[in-house]
Design a protein around this ligand. Structure first.
Ligand SMILES: [Zn+2]
Length: 93
């Protein structure tokens, strides 16, 4: 249980299935997704959760709860994995 992104095997399989469908466009910004980009590209495809699984744990491995997104869009939304914006502390001096 020490995987970097904490995804289960089934979650990865669901994401791979979604990626194989080449769905368009990004569910968050509405722009096309280039499925040929490397995974570390901010414009690359990720499988985002429609409902954050942190709030809906039973939907975490539900393929119908996935949508295509750009990596940057999913990250900026912060909905996936219930990110807590670590490192984005506000400094209002
Ligand atoms: Zn997008």
């Amino acid at each position: 249980m020490s995987q970097r992104n904490g995804r289960t095997r089934r979650e990865r399989a669901n994401a791979d299935n979604l990626k194989a469908q080449r769905k368009q466009p990004c569910a968050r910004c509405g722009q096309q997704i280039d499925y040929t980009l490397p995974v570390d590209d901010p414009q690359a495809f990720i499988a985002g959760h429609i409902k954050a699984w942190i709030d809906h744990p039973h939907l975490r491995e539900d393929p119908s709860n996935l949508q295509p997104e750009h990596a940057k869009c999913g990250k900026s939304a912060g909905a996936d994995a219930g990110q807590t914006n670590v490192g984005l502390t506000s400094r209002q001096w």
